[in-house]
Structure formats: C-alpha cells, structure tokens
Write a protein that binds this ligand. Structure first.
Ligand SMILES: [Zn+2]
Length: 332
C-alpha cells in the first residue's frame, strides 16, 4: 500500500506540475499532494491533513485569513469542489492512473462544522474503475453561481480612492456630486478644448503643417478612446446596473474590476466598485465578467479564464447565477 500510494501521489503531482491551471481547487490539491509526497518519502504513512484555514493561509497569504469566518471558508473551498477538480484531472490523464490501477481521492472528516469541529482534507487512493462516458456530464455542468469579491480586495487608483469610501459611494451625497461633476465636467472641458484647438487651426489656415495634422489625429484618437472606454460605459451604468470598471478607476497592478449600482435597504442608490467571480463548472477555473460582444449579443457575460470563448455563461446580477451560453459546443 505504501509503494502504491507514493506512486499515485507522485503521478498526480507530476500531472499537476505539468497541467497548470488558475483555480483554487488546483492550488489546494497541489499543496496537499506535495506535502503527502514529502511525508511518504520520509517514511511517514500517516495521512497529511489540512483545514480550509491552513490551505487559504498557504495559498492567499496571512492577510486573506485575518478576518475570515467559517461561512466564507465554506464558500471558498469544499470537498465537492476538490473532488470535482480531481476527477477532471483524472479524466484528462486516465492512462497514467489506469496503469497503476489506483486513483487519488479526496477524503474529508465527518463533522457538522462550527468551532472546534473543523473540516479537514487529505488525499488517499482508491481502486480505479472505468467510468462510462455518459456519466461524465451532469446537468449541473451548465449552471454557475457568482459571488462578489469583498470590496476591500479591489484596489482603486489613488484618485478614485479619494472619492470612493471603502469602494462605495452614495449617489446622492457630496461625494456623489463631486464624482458627477468630475465626470461630466471633464467631458465638457474636453469638448471645449477640441473646439478651441480646431478654431485656432482654422485661423492659422495658411500655415497648416503635417505636424498640425498629426496633432489633430491624436486629439480625435484620444477623444474616441476616452468616449468608448470611459464615458460610454459610465453613461450605461444606471441602465445596465453592472459595467466593467474603466482602467482609470483601478490601480495599475489590478487586472480588472466591476462597477455596480444598487439600492440598499433604505432605498438609497449606491455605486460600488466590486468584482464578480464564479467557478467554471466545466473546468473549475475562475469565471470573470467580460464584454459579451461579437460572439454573444449581451453587454456582459461570464468568461472562464482558461477557455474564454467556449466556457461562456450568462450573468444575472439579482440571482447571482448564470447558464452556459455555448450549448452544443460543450467540451474541455
Ligand atoms: Zn472553464
């Protein structure tokens, strides 16, 4: 059994190192697998167990677990997600495990949860039994649920950090008014600037050089870009409720964020910077909101980071769910 375990875990670790993925289940499995291999190499056959807290601490760092509660940890990772991803890995690399005759499985303790009864995970092996093809796809594959990333985790650019308090702003407040004035003031200012520039050029009509033409082109180019990527999305916000945050909103080392307009319990309109994310039911990678245009006639869709054009989901902001839009093209 000892030799078999080492063989299975080594194979799994090699597969994980080779088949890189960007998702939590992958990171967790890699941590558990690596520690299990090390223990077996040191002749320790006791299962190496991890709590969700320990896993998150290793993967996301000290800061991410500072104020986390058990409910969030439950959402962060579950044995179902771990097993689903492990199954996917095994299905993809069946041959390697078929040769050994055993596959790795995720084990967890029987606990009701709560303080003191923490759920722990470890890896074990089980005899390999071939699965029939029709069992692989379940109807569950087509539905996704989204969650909001905590606003404090989304880093804003220094300018918007001054206006947004904790990533949130009340539309009918002084801060809201300032934001409104800045946005529309800069639009008007820019329009005036372009007009003046054009007027000056017309007056100097006789000495119109190619340098002036270059200036004009740059000016129009910049106007077009700021209209498309900054003014138009913000204009759409009240109607669409969620938009991708324009680049100027977020700090340089942040990939992307979403801006959401919503009503709180007192029916105040609020605008906040957040990020919606889900786990792809087909491949367990992260799903983020992206522009839906060109292949889907929707302003925003959930796209899987590993397969952004095949694993595409709709996005319902109220129910926080979505369904697979690429039916018929389903596959890994
Ligand atoms: Zn996917």
């Amino acid at each position: 059994m000892f030799e078999l375990k080492l063989k299975v875990f080594n194979t799994l670790f090699d597969v994980l190192k080779e088949d890189l993925a960007v998702n939590r289940a992958y990171d967790c499995l890699k941590v558990i697998c690596s520690a299990s291999v090390d223990a077996l190499n040191a002749q320790n056959e006791e299962p190496i167990t991890y709590t969700r807290y320990q896993l998150k601490l290793i993967i996301d760092g000290q800061q991410s677990v500072a104020s986390i509660d058990s409910k969030d940890l439950g959402k962060w990772m579950s044995d179902k997600k771990l097993s689903a991803y492990l199954d996917l890995v095994i299905t993809k690399h069946t041959k390697k495990f078929e040769e050994i005759g055993y596959i790795p499985v995720v084990k967890t303790n029987e606990t009701v949860g709560g303080k003191g009864n923490e759920r722990i995970y470890w890896l074990d092996i089980a005899e390999y039994t071939p699965v029939k093809n029709e069992e692989i796809h379940e109807p569950d594959d087509e539905f996704i649920s989204y969650e909001r990333v905590d606003p404090s985790q989304v880093k804003l650019s220094w300018f918007y950090r001054l206006i947004f308090k904790n990533g949130e702003i009340q539309n009918r407040s002084l801060r809201g008014l300032i934001l409104f004035i800045i946005i529309f003031g800069s639009l008007i200012f820019w329009a005036l600037y372009v007009c003046t520039f054009a007027l000056v050029l017309v007056r100097e009509g006789q000495s119109f050089t190619s340098l002036d033409l270059l200036f004009m082109l740059c000016l129009f180019g910049f106007s077009y870009l700021s209209y498309k990527y900054w003014a138009k999305p913000i204009w759409n916000l009240p109607e669409h409720r969620v938009i991708k945050a324009p680049m100027t909103f977020i700090s340089l080392n942040e990939d992307h964020a979403d801006i959401e307009m919503y009503r709180d319990r007192e029916r105040n309109q609020l605008t906040r910077v957040t990020r919606f994310r889900g786990i792809c039911p087909l491949c367990s990678a992260e799903v983020v909101l992206r522009d839906g245009k060109s292949d889907h006639n929707l302003p925003l869709v959930g796209r899987c980071v590993e397969s952004p054009f095949a694993h595409v989901y709709s996005f319902d902001r109220v129910m926080m769910t979505g369904y697979l839009l690429t039916v018929g093209k389903k596959g890994f």
